[in-house]
Design a protein around this ligand. Sequence first.
Ligand SMILES: Cc1cc2nc3c(=O)[nH]c(=O)nc-3n(C[C@H](O)[C@H](O)[C@H](O)COP(=O)(O)O)c2cc1C
Length: 211
Amino acid sequence: MNKVLNNDFAAIVTGRRSIRKYDSTVKISREEMTEILRETTLAPSSVNMQPWRFVVIESPEGKAALAPLAKFNQLQVETSAAVIAIFGDLDNFSYAEEIYSTAVERGFMPAEVKERQLAALTQHFSVLPHEINRETVVIDASLAAMQLMLVAREHGYDTNPIGGYEKDKIAEAFGLEKERYVPVMLLSIGKAAEEGYSSVRLPIETVAQWK
Ligand SMILES: Cc1cc2nc3c(=O)[nH]c(=O)nc-3n(C[C@H](O)[C@H](O)[C@H](O)COP(=O)(O)O)c2cc1C
């Protein structure tokens, strides 16, 4: 089901506000959430390794496990259709064969290019410092997070990115290996039950320079 409610990109971008209170009677079906995530994963990523991982926390049990970790962000947990915990997968290279083989199957890439690129990437990942891998997965997963916030609005929902939670406990609370999955942020999503606050942006002269 592709329930696009808003196709006006300017309205999607300029009307986005962090929404913290949702209509808790509005749920998002598995089918629609899957479509939202599919559009989200059209985001770019470093060497197309797509290291973003999502845990869609929507059940009463899932929300109950999340609540003690969500600090001052209880309203979003309580009222949202779901809170999506976004992680970066440090073991993202284990999907390289699948990604590149599928590209060949679909005719996006000749087999010899795949072999050459995979060989180069195998070498690259074998010496990649842990900190660089970590930084890369956080960048890539953050791009997906931003895309998810905009795709949500396309589907008539709003979001709140949340950094205020117990990052050191989130992976294990949802059965993921802590050493492998780097917490990036939580994103609450649902039907807005408030307008949200307008917020100031610094002038472009402050944040940009031309050389
Ligand atoms: C990485 C990140 C972490 C954030 N953490 C929280 C949070 O823990 N709780 C919250 O209510 N808002 C949080 N926010 C939302 C910001 O307060 C909000 O984006 C900012 O004030 C601008 O408002 P706007 O999103 O309505 O444009 C976070 C935003 C980002 C990008």
